[in-house]
Design a protein around this ligand. Sequence first.
Ligand code: ATP
Ligand code: MG
Length: 173
Amino acid sequence: MQIKRLRLSGFKSFVDAADLRIEPGLTGIVGPNGCGKSNLLEALRWTMGETSARSLRGAGMDDVIFAGTNTRPARDFAEVSMLIENAGEESEVVRRIERGAGSAYRIDGRDVRAKDVALLFADSATGAHSPALVSQGRIGAIIAAKPAERRAMLEEAAGIAGLHVRRKDAEQK
Ligand code: ATP
Ligand code: MG
């Protein structure tokens, strides 16, 4: 799967509409501290279905909406659109959130459930919790982790974390 284009409006610091074309190959994002590099990766994770506000460095989901500055008023919605190509087919995934009203998803203009978006990404190494997305501070956390914690991270990356949950569940029956 390839992400070909990312459009943001009102997402975190991206108050004005931003339209980024992502070319094949390696993409680097550079810029001074606080310019929004991490916000861009969070926009990807959010659009792919991230449900944890904390992992998006917020207290609640509405914190992804532009909160205003001294010179600009807050926005009341945020929208991110991702154009992806999967096995030669393009689709556009959109997530939109309105302040106080929650969020909704569209795939190619059709209203869909969060589950449909999760399914779209399930069979490729993408998705909101993909080990391909390494957040800031995560490398340090892995190095500093206790062996048991590190094992849990590796199991999650290998996709076997769910097996333990199911085993525990089976043992209790
Ligand atoms: P660094 O190099 O330090 O990692 P960065 O380029 O990753 O920086 P980000 O963390 O993406 O920067 O951006 C932080 C900026 O985004 C801060 O200025 C913060 O105020 C702004 N920001 C985050 N959420 C919102 C929001 N809801 N509304 C407005 N601005 C926001
Ligand atoms: Mg950062």
